[in-house]
Ligand binder design. Structure first.
Ligand code: GLU
Length: 291
C-alpha cells in the first residue's frame, strides 16, 4: 500500500495572513485531501526579533475561519513550533560540524558588503551576492581567539566541501528531486555559496529548520510558492548530508495583487483579517484564493 501523502502549511508569525498564504494553505490541504492524506501546520517562529505571539494567535484564528466546513483543514495537537525544536537543529549542526563542513563566520553585513564592492567580480546567487568567503580560511587558533574574545558568529556551510562529501556518500551520483509539473530537477546547491545554517542571533536558519522539520513531520510532498524554488537546491543537499527523507516538491504560482505585484503582509486589504471585517465569507475568501 502506498504511504499516505503528507503536506504542510508553514507560516511565519511576522504579520497577518493574506490571500497568498490562503492559496498556499489551501493548495497544501487540497493535495493531501485529494489523496486521502494528512495536512499539517507548522509555525516557523525562529526569527524571534520579527515573530509575535499575537500574530500566531491571529493566524490560527484566520486558519480556523478559512477552513470552515473543510474536512481536515486545521492542525494537530500539540501545535508544532520551530522554536520548540531547537534541540533537533542543534543535533544536526553538531553532526555537520563533526563532518568538518561548518565554520564560524564573524563577519558583519557591512564587512561582507565592503568585500563584495571591492571585488573585481562578485558572483551572485538566487538571494543576491554570494558570501565572499572571508572567514572560510581562518585557522583554528584565530577562530578560537575570536570566539574567546566574545565575538558573535554565524555558522556557515563550506559548500564546496559539502558537495564533494555528498557526492561521495551518494556513490558519485548527482542529487536530484522530483518537482511536480517540472519533472526531475538536478540539485545545484553551489548556486547559493556558503549558506548560513545557524545565525548569529538564533542557533538555526530557515534552510536547516525547514529541512529537518519536513523530515520529522514525515512530509512527503512539500508544497510552497515558486519564490522558494531555489531554496530546494540547498535543502536537497542537507537531506543527503544528514540522511533525511527526500519528499517530492510542488512549487506553485503566487497570487498577485491588482497591479500584478506580489502580495506582502503589509498589504492590509488582502489580509484575511480585512476580508473578515468586510463581511466576506470563508467560502468567498477561498474562491478569491483560487479554491
Ligand atoms: N515560512 C515560510 C514562509 O512563510 C515558508 C517556508 C516553506 O514553505 O518552506 O514563507
Amino acid at each position: 500500500m502506498d504511504t499516505p501523502t503528507v503536506t504542510r502549511f508553514a507560516p511565519s508569525p511576522t504579520g497577518h495572513l493574506h490571500l497568498g498564504h490562503a492559496h498556499a494553505a489551501l493548495f497544501a490541504w487540497d493535495q493531501a485531501h485529494a489523496r486521502g492524506g494528512r495536512f499539517l501546520l507548522r509555525v516557523e517562529d525562529i526569527d524571534k526579533g520579527r515573530c509575535r505571539d499575537e500574530f500566531e494567535n491571529d493566524i490560527l484564528d484566520d486558519i480556523a475561519w478559512l477552513g470552515e466546513g473543510l474536512d481536515g483543514f486545521g492542525w494537530e495537537q500539540p501545535l508544532r513550533r520551530q522554536s520548540d525544536c531547537m534541540a533537533d537543529y542543534e543535533q544536526a549542526l553538531a553532526r555537520l560540524d563533526h563532518m568538518g563542513l561548518l565554520y564560524p563566520c564573524f563577519c558583519t553585513r557591512t564587512e561582507i558588503r565592503a568585500e563584495i564592492e571591492a571585488a573585481v567580480s562578485a558572483p551572485h546567487g538566487p538571494d543576491g551576492p554570494l558570501y565572499p568567503g572571508l572567514c572560510r580560511g581562518l585557522g583554528p587558533e584565530q577562530r578560537q581567539a575570536r570566539r574567546q574574545g566574545g565575538e558573535s558568529y554565524a555558522l556557515r556551510l563550506d559548500m564546496a566541501k559539502a558537495i564533494t562529501l555528498a557526492g561521495k556518500m551518494a556513490g558519485g551520483g548527482g542529487l536530484e528531486w522530483q518537482d511536480v509539473g517540472k519533472g526531475v530537477i538536478a540539485a545545484r546547491p553551489e548556486l547559493h555559496g556558503d549558506v548560513v545554517l545557524a545565525r548569529k542571533d538564533v542557533a538555526t536558519s530557515y534552510h536547516l529548520a525547514v529541512t529537518i522539520d519536513d523530515h520529522n513531520q514525515e512530509v512527503s510532498l512539500v508544497t510552497r510558492g515558486e519564490d522558494l524554488f531555489a531554496a530546494t537546491h540547498v535543502h536537497r543537499l542537507l537531506q543527503a548530508l544528514l540522511g533525511l527523507n527526500v519528499p517530492d516538491y510542488h512549487h506553485h504560482g503566487l497570487i498577485v495583487g491588482p497591479g500584478g505585484q506580489r502580495l506582502a503582509k503589509r498589504d492590509r486589504a488582502a489580509t484575511l483579517r480585512a476580508l473578515r471585517e468586510d463581511g466576506v465569507t470563508p467560502a468567498a475568501a477561498r474562491e478569491m484564493a483560487g479554491f
